[in-house]
Design a protein around this ligand. Structure first.
Ligand code: HEM
Ligand code: MG
Length: 296
């Protein structure tokens, strides 16, 4: 399966944008034309992952709806935390190496969709230090390697949407000051890895409510692996992580979110949620390039 959208597995890019739109037009051919225009790269170094929310895909191309695509709904956690939905229609992740070109592409997409949509969210980010989240911890260490990333991310052959992927976007706002007040040893217990070298804590050192313990999940003996491509963002106003993941089955993400929220038998919620707040959440489907050409 080699016809996935290339940006999904891009690891070289270090400048990013995610933009989310609610489509207000009901004219299918106008919508398709606008999306075709939006996804034309402004430069050969730019990669774009385009994905569709369920409601929009049902409207513009119902035959291409993969079985497991659903709208994300707000989840309330047993311990008072919440993950809100901002589910809408159209999702773009832009990856590049030059901030000017990533911005040019962002504007191109926005202008192509102007008049038929509203911007729901648009966030810029970049690779921070050696792939670290703003907490200072390396993000992505346990991502599946080599061939395994394709198995984790891509919808398998024979399933509707094969070669495509289910996408989950979730914007998080950090209370960095609160996190940074913790001694490093305590921060490491929140995450479940060491700070400098990103070594997973072992045995009794690993708390059940560390982020790694909550997200390193198995179901019926199958490891719920996902392919993460999150990026940090920051300004004097807001700091956080644009969490982005690609998965062969959204159930894998659902399980991890439930485990983070404490909505599982053991009832432990993720310590990370004491320092960071989810402010958006949405599922979409990024079809293979072959299927995308048919949809559009
Ligand atoms: C691991 C940060 C949200 C899924 C990690 C690690 C860090 C991190 C530092 C350890 C290094 C690594 O393996 O990448 C964050 C931050 C988040 C966040 C700062 C938001 C505030 C999420 C969410 C999910 C998730 C919402 C799931 C939907 C995972 C997974 C792992 C991981 C699957 C690897 C677990 C393993 O198998 O060891 N994250 N994460 N993370 N995170 Fe997150
Ligand atoms: Mg592990």
């Amino acid at each position: 399966m080699t016809n996935y959208q290339l940006g999904i597995f891009n690891e070289e890019g270090n400048i990013f944008n995610v933009s989310e739109f609610e489509v207000t037009s009901s004219d299918v051919s106008t919508i398709k034309k606008a999306i075709r225009k939006a996804v034309k790269p402004v430069d050969e170094t730019i990669e774009i992952v385009v994905s569709f929310g369920k409601t929009l895909l049902e409207k513009i191309s119902p035959n291409h709806l993969p079985d497991k695509l659903k709208s994300f709904e707000t989840i309330k956690g047993k311990n008072g935390h919440e993950m809100p939905s901002n589910q809408s229609d159209l999702y773009f992740r832009i990856i590049g190496g030059d901030a000017s070109l990533v911005l040019d592409q962002t504007i191109k997409i926005q202008e192509a969709l102007d008049g038929i949509s509203e911007v729901v969210l648009s966030e810029n980010g970049f690779k921070y230090k050696d792939c670290r989240d703003l907490t200072g911890f390396v993000d992505g260490s346990a991502n599946p390697k080599e061939e395994k990333k394709y198995l984790a991310a891509l919808i398998p052959e024979g399933e509707k949407g094969e070669g495509g992927t289910y996408v989950f976007h979730q914007k998080w706002i950090h209370n960095l000051q609160k996190f940074n007040e913790l001694p490093v040893g305590v921060q490491e217990k929140v995450i479940g890895r060491t700070k400098v070298d990103s070594i997973e804590l072992e045995g009794d050192d690993m708390p059940v409510d560390s982020h790694v313990s909550r997200t390193d999940a198995k179901h019926d003996g199958v490891a719920m692996k996902i392919w993460r491509r999150s990026f940090p963002f920051g300004s004097a106003k807001e700091k956080g992580l644009m969490f982005i993941t690609y998965t062969c089955d959204p159930f894998r993400v659902d399980i991890q979110l439930d485990r983070m929220l404490g909505n599982t038998e053991d009832g432990h919620s993720d310590q990370i949620m004491n320092y960071s707040t989810a402010v958006s959440g949405a599922y979409s489907f990024a079809p293979s390039t072959l299927e995308l050409a048919t949809i559009l």
